[in-house]
Design a binder for this molecule. Sequence first.
Ligand code: NDP
Length: 315
Amino acid sequence: TKSVCIITGASSGLGLATTKALVDSGEFHVVMACRDFLKAEKAAKSVGLPKGSYTVMHLDLASLESVRQFVKNFRSSGMPLDALVCNAAVYFPTAKEPTYSAEGFELSVATNHLGHFLLARLLLEDLEKSESKSKRLIIVGSITGNTNTLAGNVPPKANLGDCRGLSGGLNGVTSSPMIDGGAFDGAKAYKDSKVCNMLTMQEFHRRYHEKTGITFSSLYPGCIATTGLFRSHIPLFRALFPPFQKYITKGFVSEEESGKRLAQVVQDSSLSKSGVYWSWNNDSSSFENVLSEEASDEAKAKKVWELSEKLVGLA
Ligand code: NDP
């Protein structure tokens, strides 16, 4: 029988390419956890996924109610859970004003971090029950939140500061919409959310790896300059970014290649070490990458974990 993997945001880009790679391997049934049911069905058909090789289930990460409902629906399907991939993300680089999630949290941190934080915490017990020899929980990271790299040093840089905005609820009323308490900046909010993703993976590893045997990992799949992530960027940027990445920085990877990389983190026995942030060389060999000072700060990881627990109603 096949293993079961849930992938959030499997309706496009990296999530769809990973779904395709896992289904093609013949080892996985993929649960595509998506906010737009019809779009996900169309996407599955567009890459030729055979009927029965995947299941679309509704999940809107910008609503904690929806996250809880998804977990209920998944459980009532009776499927086991062998791997969870937290992949979905939004990015608002040109937004002048913040927008908010159902619970009133700034939308990029709400979607990319808080929704996934609740989802992963709730599904931990399902993963624990899996009979698979290699159960995995993966949170997709990024280089842009990593200030020890060239790309991570393009302003505005990620910086969670003392987390006073997160502590206040990121609501733009009684607190700043930004984690560090500063003025709204859409590009920075995305990078901050990615730092939270990387800190969360490591905190999961410290708290639960020994106890559960689950492998916790994060990764930077390469620059996939063609995905929907850049949909709200200005047209000139969208036209120039792919060739720039291809010919100048040489960090460009196709959606297909990035999907194969993430699928490796899900299923390869050589990538089963827990607590690792994986990256790939230009020849597509994988290596354990080093995170920036902030993205590997244990005290900050603990703080983000505890504040996030309060915001999503786990504490
Ligand atoms: P896409 O925009 O193509 O995919 C993002 C996915 O997230 C879409 O399926 C989207 O759904 C989904 N999504 C957005 N909001 C929600 C929500 N509220 N609830 C459920 N699903 C939601 O971008 P990518 O494939 O590029 O991004 C995937 C991951 O890769 C992200 O974590 C990103 O940070 C990371 N990444 C991307 C890089 C790149 O160069 N592209 C580089 C490094 C990391 P819908 O189809 O309905 O819009």
